[in-house]
Ligand binder design. Structure first.
Ligand code: GLN
Ligand code: ZN
Length: 764
């Protein structure tokens, strides 16, 4: 054996998002299933070829998906909820996509974040149905690669424990029964792979890098003992990623033939454990050296040093060099980017460039660093030049962040007093009604923006168009009878992009797409420099909207933590420092809004909870600075200026303290899909500020009835005081149509009036 180059997974969207286009065309019935299958096969094979040609020796097969790998795994095990009416046997493509996207009769499976990434997977549902192997997906993928390209691929699987932990529909006591069904199916898959003569199989257990209990580690040990005993002819490569493993000693003793560790995220802990505890001589170590989560070019000199350190513990024969995780989290290739500034561009590495980095590190070990002298020098220079960019070394920004120090930002007056002053200033009715910010972004709005961006419309024409939309919706809000208005966010492309384009320190790519969920792709901004305010970003629209009405107009911004969590972030500063830079820039925007007479300002933080670290012991520190960042942005306003915030998908049993710590005067939270559960939180926790629990679900075109919403409001008022409760939909309305939006909001206002009169309070 000798040192080897390996990848854990590779993007499947294609160089031009061909994958997304094919899927969406199929869903829209523009192409047939055969056409879909053919296009996908082409993409699948070309990415295998690319990895092989780049010099990757252990090429993964089976990491390609038609929607999501967790969904693939669930379908492979026949874990198909009854509502999809599957009768056994081969699973039709229609059933697979229904689970992902829902159909006329059955709601889609739930979706949630894949660990601490911005990718979302389909949550498998464990039910009463007996699990069966519907097909051996890794085997099929292996055969295809071998037959079509002669590639001896490494089949990949999501491991049984991770799969079980990320599924839902069972209680703690059912875990043994679940595993008892699951593990034999893995045995069956592996047995068939063994019969095929396959040497290595990658089984991914990222759960090992989370805060698991010792008992769980024991359960994992038992599973792998069982699997290795069943397939002695197969070598299992147990892959972890996203952080250091929680139980290093136990992990390296697992009865498998290779273990992949992340030496980028969790590097210190993994490396230290490796150096103090060692690594078994009879196992392969997969060293995740190249960052699979971020887009920065590796400094190969540092990577060679790191590998040299690792080689003090592990022999080079027992080493695989690989990215830290699947490359699906980064864009495909830098090649199509034409507009990036050269210094910046040469400091980036997307999936294809990362393949080359892995190969260079392997060559450095195999033939000596001199052999890749040029690659090393180039990478060092690129990193050095990036580091030297003036945009990254702004004294004013550095000093401003340093000036914050460790002290917490705080509004000078406590909420109770602010409440009285704001009450006197705004004179809002009991149970004030509002919306979350956006109104329908019609195809016309988007088309007009595109025209303007292409230069086909003048700035003035575009502004007029936006102002017309604002005017129309101010008028509609008057007619509906809402209490606090919004301008509608018609000028925005996206919550982060809009602000990123107007701040220093951000850069945008042309084609650097990554999958967010299903076929939905996002092009995250890159925070490459110091973030700073240039000029007001939202004042013009808000002021215009306010000029049209006597009702308070809510200014609308995206919060610092959300901007951070939805971007690729420079890695030479801590995430905290970058967030503080953004927070200070937003503070200037908020002050500008206030100075221009916008006295209600909402700072959205839908991604605050998403940023929680994988390890529970790191939560407190993250929340501490994340909350403080919000307060840095918002704490300098007058007592009478009302700060709102908004969060989505908030599973907030363990989060209500944090929400309270933000010290926002009003928070709105998406709750309509889990209302009962949420309301119970307020029985035990005394929330003392104003709060709106979304009274209807905006994700569906359905218009909720007055009675329905009256019921929801009444229920909330059992645990919350009428003086603190706000009435709003549960998120922005940009994806809805005008008609349904107006109808829903009219019903919402009618429900509010009904409850107000039941409470015997004055009507406005
Ligand atoms: N203000 C934003 C909107 O209404 C909030 C979006 C979000 O919560 N994701 O669209
Ligand atoms: Zn929302």
């Amino acid at each position: 054996m000798t040192i080897s180059s390996s990848t854990i997974g590779y993007p499947y969207i294609g160089e031009n998002r061909e994958w997304k286009r094919a899927l969406e065309a199929f869903w829209a019935e523009k192409i047939t299933e055969v056409e879909l299958t053919n296009t996908l096969k082409e993409i699948r094979l070309s990415r295998l070829k690319k990895q092989q040609e780049a010099g990757i020796e252990q090429v993964p097969v089976g990491d390609f998906t038609l929607y999501d790998r967790m969904l693939d795994t669930a379908v492979m095990f026949g874990m198909i909820p009854d509502r999809f009416n599957w009768q056994g046997g081969e699973v039709p493509l229609a059933t697979y996509f229904s689970m992902a996207r829902g159909n006329q009769n059955a709601v889609a499976c739930e979706m949630t974040k894949w660990f601490d990434t911005n990718y979302h997977y389909i949550v498998p549902e464990y039910g009463t149905k007996k699990l069966v192997l519907t097909e051996n997906k890794p085997l099929i993928a292996y055969r295809e690669a071998k037959d079509e390209l002669g590639i001896e691929g490494k089949p990949v699987l999501i491991g049984p424990y991770t799969f079980m932990k990320l599924s839902k529909g069972y209680a703690h006591k059912d875990i043994p029964a679940f595993l008892l069904q699951l593990v034999p199916l893995y045995e069956k898959i592996l047995t068939e792979l063994q019969e095929e003569g396959i040497e290595w199989v990658q089984i991914e257990e990222p759960i090992l890098a989370t805060s698991i209990e010792f008992e769980e580690m024991k359960a994992i040990e038992n599973i792998y003992a069982q699997l290795t005993a069943a397939v002695p002819g197969i070598k299992i490569f147990l892959q972890t990623y996203f952080d250091a493993v929680e139980w290093y000693e136990e992990t390296i003793k697992l009865p498998v033939h290779g273990i992949g560790l992340d030496f980028v995220h969790g590097k210190e802990k993994n490396l230290q454990a490796l150096q103090t505890t060692g690594f078994p001589a009879d196992k392969i170590l997969g060293a995740g050296l190249v960052d699979g989560r971020n887009i920065w070019r590796a400094n190969l000199e540092e990577k060679v040093e790191l590998v040299t350190d690792i080689l003090k513990v592990v022999s080079s024969e027992s080493l695989w060099v690989q990215p830290s995780c699947s490359l699906q989290h980064v864009p495909v290739s830098l090649a199509p980017e034409q507009k990036l500034e050269p210094t910046l561009k040469s400091a980036l590495a997307f999936a294809d460039e990362k393949l080359a980095e892995v190969v260079s590190i392997v060559k450095a070990v195999r033939f000596g660093a001199d052999h890749v002298h040029e690659e090393i020098t180039e990478s060092v220079n690129a990193c050095r030049q990036l580091a030297g960019l003036p945009e990254r070394n702004r004294k004013d920004v550095l000093e401003a962040v340093q000036a914050i120090g460790e002290k917490k930002s705080q509004r000078p007056t406590p909420f109770a007093e602010r409440y009285e002053k704001q009450n006197a200033a705004f004179q809002l009715p009991i149970l004030p009604t509002t919306t979350i910010g956006s109104f329908p972004q019609t195809p016309e709005v988007r088309a007009t923006r595109t025209k303007w961006r292409k230069g086909e419309l003048t700035d003035e024409q575009y502004t007029n168009f936006i102002n017309n939309e604002i005017q129309k919706w101010v008028q509609l809000q008057e007619e509906i009878g809402l209490d606090v208005f919004v301008h509608g966010e018609f000028e925005r492309t996206d919550m982060v992009e809009y602000f990123g384009e107007k701040l220093d320190g951000f850069v945008f790519t042309e084609k650097a797409w990554v999958v967010s969920y299903g076929s939905r792709c996002v092009k995250p901004p890159i925070i490459y420099g110091d973030v700073a305010f240039i000029q007001p970003m939202t004042v013009k629209e808000s002021v215009y909207a306010q000029s049209l009405t006597d009702k308070p107009m809510k200014g609308m911004l995206t919060g610092p933590v959300t901007m951070l969590n939805w971007s690729f972030v420079r890695d030479d500063l801590s995430r905290k420092e970058v967030t503080y830079q953004i927070a200070l820039a937003l503070r200037k925007e908020i002050e500008a809004l206030e100075a221009a007479g916008i006295l209600v300002i909402q700072v959205d933080e839908p991604a605050l909870r998403e940023g929680l670290p994988l390890k529970e012991e790191e939560w407190a520190e993250y929340l501490d600075w994340a909350v403080n960042a919000f307060r840095i942005s918002t704490a300098t306003v007058k007592d009478t200026t009302q700060i709102h915030t908004h969060m989505c998908y908030c599973d907030f049993n363990d989060f209500i303290n944090t929400i309270s710590d933000l010290d926002a005067d009003v928070i709105s939270i998406e709750t309509s899909r889990s209302h009962g559960e949420l309301i119970s939180v307020f029985k035990d926790f005394h929330y003392d500020k104003e709060i709106g629990l979304g009274v209807y679900d905006i994700h569906s075109p359905r218009v909720p009835t007055v009675d329905e919403m009256t019921g929801i409001i009444q229920k909330a008022l059992e645990v919350l005081d009428k003086k603190q409760f706000w009435i709003n939909p549960d998120c922005g309305l940009k994806t809805r149509k005008q008609e349904e939006t107006v109808a829903s909001l009219e019903n919402m206002v009618a429900a509010t009036k009904k409850v107000r009169s039941q409470l015997g309070v004055l009507q406005h």
